[in-house]
Design a binder for this molecule. Structure first.
Ligand code: GLU
Length: 284
């Protein structure tokens, strides 16, 4: 059965951009005769608060959205992420990195021209890729904090591509879109504090939940390049993707709580009715 998901990160209250994305998922799930799942992407222990998760669920219910099946919380799936991380590490496709953020930035600054990944972070210069096995074992045994990075060159040698994903439009027609995972370099696939990153968690869950159609904002288009590579390395099915355009504020910037965009909670408090809000976003 076609399976869609809305997957907010509970780092703040939902805003109109989230509402648009959730409503579009619901519309397409209905159009394709499929189901719609709700997944809470709460891998960040510092920022995901129980009250925010409850508020997300409440805002979505207020909007009139109904989800199928139980709500999945990523914080409860750490064993699955760890298993996929270990599978990559065992094949030499991921390695521990002991560099701090400032060390990575300093090393990147020393390079002739700073190359950046699609999120704007400097590409990792590979410092820890060259550590000896003994040095790595010693530092791990001492419990030194570390992230895990994808060994991009080995990953591309294992899954040479050409990499592509199936893109679909809202009426159904599909086409193959080229993906260029190399532009992410040796990106972090597991953070210091949890055995995953957004990228590893999302491909693990989309596969486990049999998600067939991913509908998300155009800000995640470049991430899909990395996701198809991880799917190939982990032997996971690749869903179809639709990246919708983002709602912008009056200055042309992407909506974000950090920029003071109005939350659904603000609009509710001002007396906005859910029907009117849906209509303003083009949903009846
Ligand atoms: N959790 C992500 C966000 O809130 C979305 C992830 C996805 O749809 O793949 O931006």
């Amino acid at each position: 059965m076609p399976t869609f998901r809305f997957a907010p990160s509970p780092n703040g209250r939902l805003h109109l951009g989230h509402a648009f994305s959730a409503l579009l998922n619901a519309r397409l799930a209905a159009r394709f005769g499929g189901r719609l799942l709700l997944r809470i992407e709460d891998i960040d222990p510092g920022r995901s608060r129980p009250d925010l998760i409850a508020a997300v669920i409440d805002d979505l219910a207020w909007l009139g959205l109904r989800f199928d099946g139980p709500v999945r919380r990523q914080s409860e799936q750490m064993d699955a992420y760890r298993a996929n991380l270990e599978s990559l590490a065992a094949r030499g496709l991921a390695y521990p990195c002991f560099c701090s953020r400032s060390e990575v930035a300093a090393a990147a600054n020393r390079a002739e021209a700073i190359r950046r990944d699609p999120d704007g972070a400097p590409l990792y210069p590979g410092t820890c890729r060259h550590l000896t096995e003994g040095a790595v074992a010693g530092r791990l045994a001492r419990g030194e904090p570390h992230t895990w990075r994808l060994a991009m060159d080995r990953a591309l040698a294992t899954a040479p591509g050409p990499h592509r994903f199936t893109a679909f439009d809202t009426q159904g027609p599909e086409h193959l879109a080229p993906a260029d995972p190399a532009r992410w370099g040796d990106t972090v696939i597991a953070r210091r504090d949890v055995p995953t990153s957004y990228h590893l968690a999302v491909v693990t869950d989309d596969a486990t939940q049999d998600v067939s159609h991913v509908v998300r904002g155009a800000d995640l288009l470049a991430a899909t390049d990395l996701h198809v590579l991880l799917q190939a390395l982990l032997g996971l099915a690749s869903p179809r993707y639709h990246h919708h355009s983002l709602l912008l504020d009056a200055t042309g910037a992407k909506l974000a709580k950090s920029r003071g965009s109005q939350s659904l909670a603000d609009l509710r408090a001002q007396g906005t009715e859910p029907q009117a809000l849906r209509a303003s976003l083009g949903f009846s």
